[in-house]
Design a protein around this ligand. Structure first.
Ligand code: HEC
Length: 197
């Protein structure tokens, strides 16, 4: 057909009609329509996003890619967990160190006055419970043994397990405080019980 690529806009009484690019089989027409602006912006937007994404994640590597970010996050959690477990290890040394820390000892004293005085007296010189200021211990006076006593109690002997009620941290603070009482020999205290250490 001779007029295949002819501009047909004029055939419609001056009303702007898109340019017809091709006509196939007589009436099958291909028109050159303007793409809507929203579509174009979306299109250019995806290209811009792609370029920036490539620069940030692959070329300059400013930010971690998701798998790498995930790996780092997991590593951080594992490190925190390990630290917690490390802190959980109770040794004579760790408890002794706590007993030299004023803040810890003060917290322990507060917990002692709130929970222990009914049986051990506010000055810890003993009442129902033994004197904690002398050199004699029924269950042992080393930091770990005192920890075991306060943590798990000697329930059938009238000394409760305090860990379930007060929690791990308070128990350690209490042990730190009790360690500062050792051998202070408060006057008028309860008669010694247990073995001298
Ligand atoms: C209801 C009374 C009671 C309370 C409250 C109590 N205790 Fe005791 N405690 C005892 C008795 C009784 C014993 C001795 C157990 C035995 O004879 O085996 C004891 C023993 C101990 C011992 C071991 C002493 C030794 O000679 O081996 C320590 C340490 C101790 N208590 C610390 C504490 C702390 C810290 C608290 C507060 C959190 C506390 N107690 C609260 C009754 C009490």
């Amino acid at each position: 057909m001779a007029d295949e690529n002819k501009d047909q806009a004029s055939d419609h009484g001056g009303v702007a009609k898109p340019k017809t690019l091709h006509i196939y089989d007589g009436d099958l027409q291909e028109e050159d329509n303007q793409l809507p602006n929203w579509w174009l912006w979306l299109f250019y937007g995806t290209i811009t996003f792609g370029v920036i994404y490539w620069l940030v994640y692959h070329d300059m590597k400013v930010a971690d890619q998701p798998d790498e970010a995930y790996r780092k996050e997991v590593a951080a959690i594992q490190a925190a967990e390990a630290k917690k477990l490390g802190n959980a290890a109770v040794t004579n040394d760790s408890l002794l160190a706590m007993s030299k820390d004023a803040t810890t000892v003060a917290a322990g004293k507060e917990a002692f006055l709130a929970n222990c005085v009914a049986c051990h007296k506010p000055d810890a010189s003993g009442l129902v419970g033994p004197n904690l200021t002398d050199a004699y211990w029924i269950h042992g006076g080393t930091p770990e043994k005192i920890y075991r006593t306060v943590h798990d109690g000697w329930v059938d002997k009238g000394m409760a397990a305090w860990a379930p009620q007060l929690g791990e941290e308070k128990v350690r603070q209490l042990v730190a405080y009790v360690l500062t009482l050792k051998n202070t020999n408060v006057a008028g205290g309860k008669a010694p019980q247990g073995d001298k250490e």
